[in-house]
Design a protein around this ligand. Structure first.
Ligand SMILES: Cc1cc2nc3c(=O)[nH]c(=O)nc-3n(C[C@H](O)[C@H](O)[C@H](O)COP(=O)(O)O)c2cc1C
Length: 188
């Protein structure tokens, strides 16, 4: 039971993927198994509020959602990273977490007690509104979020810019260490 790391950037190997890969490495160093998934090549439609997920523990839409949902069920935690798009998470991430929340709600809160937290990367501004939106997703699903020495945010515009964001990288490393600590404490 490890950590799923999900990137909501449509730009593969961009700043979000890079920052998440730092988290990934740090978790592995702390003996947490991980699986990194980019939504960039996944088909995730939006929730249609059909209510048909009620009691069947899956979504009836035929796309990549159910495969990812099952992976989440089989893991202890989930970290979600998103670029800031107009002060908010990407539409890819929003479609994904809205469906996750509804399938979980309609099936006795399957996400309850999972461990994780959000990460946001922006060129200038809006990282806090983005992670706050994602924090609400964790909290409404009864998930548990450890902190870091600052918020889990990075700064970068062009691909690779995040490499120069020493502060952002340090917050994410610390966040990974705190995630690993919490996962071990809870397991014991
Ligand atoms: C449609 C769009 C909207 C964006 N909106 C913002 C924004 O509101 N604030 C900001 O700081 N950066 C914004 N950006 C810049 C991205 O957040 C930035 O380039 C980030 O590094 C992209 O992450 P990625 O490399 O993981 O894709 C926007 C970029 C795009 C394409």
């Amino acid at each position: 039971m490890g950590m799923m790391i999900i990137s909501g950037s449509p730009r593969k190997d961009g700043n979000t993927d890079l920052l998440l890969s730092i988290l990934d490495l740090e978790l592995q160093k702390n003996n947490i198994s991980t699986e990194f998934i980019s939504l960039s090549d996944k088909k995730i439609n939006h929730c249609t509020n059909c209510e048909k997920c009620n009691g069947i523990n899956k979504c009836i839409q035929n796309d990549d959602f159910n495969n990812l949902y099952n992976k989440i069920l089989n893991n202890k935690g989930i970290v979600i990273g998103s670029p800031v798009y107009v002060g908010a998470p990407t539409s890819l991430i929003m479609a994904f977490i809205q469906r996750l929340t509804y399938v979980s709600f309609n099936n006795s809160n399957t996400l309850s007690k999972k461990i994780g937290g959000p990460i946001a990367v922006g060129g200038e501004n809006g990282q806090l509104t983005t992670i706050n939106c994602l924090v609400d997703f964790y909290l409404v699903n009864e998930m548990i979020i450890p902190g870091s020495t600052y918020w889990n945010i990075g700064v970068g515009v062009h691909k690779g810019d995040i490499e120069k964001d020493e502060k952002g990288k340090s917050y994410i490393k610390r966040f990974a260490q705190n995630l690993a600590w919490l996962m071990k404490e809870i397991e014991e």
